[in-house]
Design a protein around this ligand. Structure first.
Ligand SMILES: [Zn+2]
Length: 304
């Protein structure tokens, strides 16, 4: 019964909840906490899958009373499958992190070579690189030696307060290591078998991280320049894909972020607390309600 309930929970968490949660507007009022909720949801889905793998053989053996050799075989088989799941996830994470770092190292080298920042001495920002060209864009290259990249076109298009807002936005991405959060979701997405896979968590978390960076920028510079910069850059073609491990900004995303910035900065405490409690509950409750009672029964029945 535990395996069935954990299976139903895992399928609900990975296939039923992501769509409505990604479409909901309330997470935009507490974007950082909502990212934590997505992390808890994803981790709880993984733990449910591991729970099914471990509980199902044990419950079957116990139900049919097949004795000690069958129990041992079931246990070894269950542990082997659980190990494969964990190794697949870790392998995917290692692959995504390795490829991102290699790509960023090349990207850093390139923007360092093409840098024209000395022609814009008034912009005193650590790691700033300015690239020639009319195309207006701004992005960051995260890592231990991060860069914030602006194009000459962006500097021409944006006024000084808007440039400050864009820089504050990119620095928020770097300061809070949003790249690591996105990498973990990308790794999870790639590790999940195709029929069970959903892009909703990855896309939703990407949008929420952008909103969290927008909020950091408007706390520092005010909403007006952030909105203006967003509107101007949204009209321009998107930034180079994967420059910061993120895709360029589609117009729909820009519009949603722009609309949201029209409202005052949300007072996040009640909603943030509620969302964080929900995230904690997602991780703790299945363990307490389902896994611990099963573990008690399984250990009591184990013929040692
Ligand atoms: Zn951004």
């Amino acid at each position: 019964m535990t395996a069935l309930l954990l299976g139903a929970l895992g399928l609900t968490l990975s296939l039923v909840i992501p769509g409505p949660l990604a479409a909901a507007r309330w997470p935009e009022r507490a974007p950082a906490a909502a990212v934590a909720l997505w992390q808890a949801l994803t981790l709880a889905a993984v733990l449910s899958a591991l729970g099914v793998v471990l509980a199902a053989p044990e419950e079957l053996v116990r139900a049919f009373g097949s004795g000690r050799p069958a129990s041992a075989v079931a246990l070894v088989g269950a542990l082997a499958v659980a190990a494969v799941i964990v190794l697949r996830l870790l392998g995917s994470l290692a692959g995504v992190m390795y490829r991102s770092r290699a790509r960023r190292a090349r990207h850093r080298l390139l923007v360092d070579l093409l840098d024209r920042a000395e022609q814009h001495g008034d912009l005193d920002v650590r790691g700033l690189r300015v690239l020639d060209g009319e195309l207006p864009f701004a992005y960051c290259v995260p890592g231990r030696s991060p860069r914030v990249v602006l194009s000459g076109g962006a500097l021409k298009l944006l006024g000084a307060p808007e440039v400050a807002a864009v820089l504050a936005h990119e620095q928020a991405h770097l300061r809070h290591r949003h790249d690591l959060v996105l990498e973990s979701f990308t790794a999870f997405y790639r590790a999940v078998p195709r029929p069970l896979r959903s892009r909703a968590p990855l896309d939703a978390v990407h949008m929420l991280l952008e909103m969290a960076a927008d909020d950091a920028a408007r706390r520092r510079c005010g909403a007006v320049p952030v909105r203006a910069a967003l509107a101007r850059l949204s009209e321009a073609p998107p930034a180079p894909a994967d420059a910061a491990g993120q895709p360029g900004m589609p117009a729909v995303e820009g519009r949603r972020r722009w609309d949201r910035l029209a409202a005052p900065l949300p007072t996040p405490l009640p909603l943030t607390a509620l969302v964080l409690v929900a995230a904690g509950g997602l991780l703790v409750l299945p363990t307490v309600i389902l896994v611990l009672p099963w573990l008690g029964q399984a250990l009591a029945a184990w013929p040692l």
